[in-house]
Design a binder for this molecule. Sequence first.
Ligand code: 6PG
Length: 232
Amino acid sequence: MLPADTRVLADPEAVAIEACRLISAAAAAAITQRRIFRLVLAGGTTPGRIYQRLATSAQQWAAWEIFWGDERCLPADDPARNSRMAQTRWLDHVAIPAAQIHPIPAELGAAEAAAQYAETIRNKQPFDLVLLGIGEDGHTASLFPGRKSQAGAVIAVHDAPKPPAERVSLNFETLRACRQQIVIATGSEKAAALAAWQHGQNLPIAQAVRHDACLLLDTSATRSADFVSPIV
Ligand code: 6PG
């Protein structure tokens, strides 16, 4: 089942605008209540537009604290790193204190990075907001279908079907340990996974996403014969 709060928007830009609006509102509320906004970023390409929009938005950046939901085991400056994408499009352009930006040290190798990141997030939960993407196979973060479940808040992945095979990922429970989740999916290549999720397939995205999450889709992502558009 998809979250009750599923919104179908015109295109990827409209999804980015709505996601930015929701993230800004969550940040304002968290900072008012707790003087800190702890945000977990999604990897991949879909959130790129969101990060670019955030870069030019007016925020209380000194109170933002950034984490990642997963990372690819590549050198820290590799352009294919999830951290590099967010840094070049957004984090390098705003005044979030460096001590409040926590990339996953995946360059150390999956096992060592997972152990260190579990320590990094130990006293940072519940996160205020977790941003999640979805893969064509229904994966999210680096939690892929058909894999044996692992114990631990942060896991090492050695057999990811989406290169690179070596990754680090927050585990299901950790991705759910938050006050709010926003899931973003755009493009027709995601339609089959969304329809399968909607019809009850127990995909990683279905296991990671809370019932009270907000799912933002563009119309292309709903273009599957099996997808039943939510009643708006
Ligand atoms: C990664 C991401 C992954 C991503 C989905 C969607 O490292 O690739 O963490 O989980 O969110 O695969 O990727 P796109 O946004 O590029 O379609």
